[in-house]
Every structure is written in structure tokens, then in C-alpha cells.
Design a protein around this ligand. Structure first.
Ligand SMILES: C[S@@+](CC[C@H](N)C(=O)[O-])C[C@H]1O[C@@H](n2cnc3c(N)ncnc32)[C@H](O)[C@@H]1O
Length: 254
């Protein structure tokens, strides 16, 4: 699964420019933590740009790919990068009392926490690791986007992917079920790897995302001890407004 995820998202760089700019604003020597870093899609780019980055993720499989990218980098980059396994609801267990000048959780990963209680626990855990003058950035889907809950679970073709490892093609189909009263969507990703002899190998990834509305997330952030510095609606630093695809909060320790 991690391999398919990486293949699908490795060229997704829209948000990378945003985090590079925020890292620059925080300072070239800043200590950065990416929570739920996955296969290192964003963290590796920050490392290549000269920043000190720690990536944390629950999945050993995702981290293996992130570590592979780091291992193939120059000695100088390897010195500045580190990946650790841990749960975003209990960062102390993985990070002790380390603090960071910039912590972020990218591309809706926070929504993998399926209850409000878990989401608050996570924010409280993160806050302890933000240095006194540091920042925290969280990026989630905007549930006000009109398409979010207008989905009925039917399977749709998403994209073809070329797999350079064995020269097969992977066709991705997605089924999304919406539960607006619970602020949830359930996604099935079907990765159909097709071979020249006509056989197909299907790998299925199932995950739930819990959505937060603007002021629910703001209240949770404030309850966890953060103060809000900015709210953007996309990665181009556009102010949040009607129809914004994202809720992108930039916070201070409070
Ligand atoms: C959508 S991927 C995003 C990966 C990466 N941030 C990126 O931008 O490509 C979501 C990641 O969240 C991680 N994750 C889910 N629940 C987690 C938890 N409780 N603690 C830490 N990581 C978690 C998954 O293992 C997965 O790597």
C-alpha cells in the first residue's frame, strides 16, 4: 500500500511550496517536525532545501520508504533528517521532550483520527512539542466544499499509474461514502495492477476521514492551547472564504 501511495502522490507538490515558504519564514536553522509524514513526500523536499526535519508516522511501511529516500540522499542531507515511528496522539513516547520551531500536519492526515476526543488529544500532544515562539500548521479539507458530502459510494475511475518496478499499469478506482451527520467519509481505493497476460492483482485500501468545520477546528485548537495566527483557504495563501478547498490554520503556541 505504501508503495502505491507513494507512486500516486510523489509528484503532488502543490502544498510543498507552501511549507517551504513557511519554513523560510521560521528561519533557516529552525527545527521542523512533520507529523504523519508518510513516505516523506514533503519532508524530503524540506531536507533538500536545507532545513532540519524530523518526520513521524505510525506506519512502519510508510516510514521505510521515507527512510529509503533519505538513505539515497547526500551525507549532508542525511545529517539533517530523521524518521521516527509514533502515534500523533502520544508524541512524548516517540520524541521525549523535544521541541520544534515549526510543526505541521499535511494533506488531511489529521482527519484519520476518527473521533473529536482523539483529535483534541492529538492537538494537546502536539502543542507540548511546539517551542515557545514556534508555529503549528494544520491542513484539512473544507467540509463546506459543495462536493464533499455529495457522493453516494459508487465506484469511479480515478487515474492510471505506471509501475516502473515491474512495468505494469495500475488502474485506480475509488468509492467514497458520505455520512454528513457524522462528519465522515469512508474511502475505498482499489489498485488494480494489470499484467500483459491479462491477470489483475487488486489491492484495497480502506480509510475513514472525520471532517471538521471551521469553528469546530478553531475551538479545538484554542482548547489545546493554540492561538490562531492565520487561516488560509488554499496553498497560495489565499484568505479562507466561500468555496475554499482547504482549512489551513497557522497557529502559535498561545
Ligand atoms: C494521507 S497520508 C499523508 C502522508 C504525508 N503527510 C504526505 O503528505 O504525503 C496519511 C498518513 O497518516 C498516517 N497516520 C494515520 N494515523 C496516524 C497516527 N495515529 N499517528 C501517526 N500517523 C498516522 C498514516 O500512516 C499515513 O502515512
Amino acid at each position: 500500500m505504501a508503495y502505491f501511495y507513494d507512486l500516486e502522490y510523489r509528484h503532488n507538490v502543490q502544498d510543498v511550496r507552501f511549507y517551504l515558504e513557511m519554513a523560510r519564514r521560521t528561519g533557516s536553522k529552525s527545527r521542523i517536525l512533520e507529523v504523519a509524514c508518510g513516505t516523506g513526500r514533503v519532508s524530503q523536499k524540506l531536507l533538500e532545501a536545507g532545513f532540519n526535519v524530523t518526520g513521524l508516522d505510525l506506519s512502519a511501511e510508510m516510514l521505510r520508504l521515507a527512510e529509503k529516500k533519505l538513505g539515497e540522499s547526500s551525507e549532508e542531507i542525511r545529517q539533517r533528517g530523521r524518521y521516527v515511528q509514533g502515534d500523533m496522539r502520544a508524541l512524548d513516547a516517540a520524541l521525549g521532550n523535544q521541541q520544534f520551531d515549526l510543526i505541521f500536519i499535511a494533506i488531511n492526515s489529521f482527519q484519520h483520527l476518527r473521533s473529536q476526543a482523539d483529535q483534541l488529544t492529538c492537538l494537546q500532544s502536539i502543542r507540548k512539542h511546539v517551542a515557545p515562539a514556534g508555529r503549528f500548521i494544520i491542513d484539512v479539507f473544507n467540509p463546506e466544499d459543495k462536493d464533499v458530502f455529495a457522493t453516494d459510494g459508487r465506484v469511479e475511475y480515478a487515474a492510471p499509474l505506471y509501475n516502473p518496478l515491474n512495468h505494469s499499469f495500475i488502474h485506480i478506482f475509488v468509492s467514497t461514502m458520505a455520512y454528513p451527520a457524522q462528519q465522515k467519509r469512508v474511502h475505498h481505493y482499489f489498485y488494480d495492477e494489470t499484467f500483459e497476460d491479462g491477470t489483475v492483482k487488486r489491492t484495497v485500501s480502506l480509510f475513514h476521514l472525520r471532517y471538521l468545520y471551521r469553528f469546530e477546528l478553531q475551538l479545538l485548537l484554542e482548547k489545546a492551547g493554540f492561538s490562531i495566527e492565520d487561516l488560509y483557504g488554499d496553498y497560495d495563501f489565499e484568505e479562507y472564504g466561500e468555496g475554499s478547498p482547504k482549512l489551513l490554520y497557522v497557529c502559535r503556541r498561545g
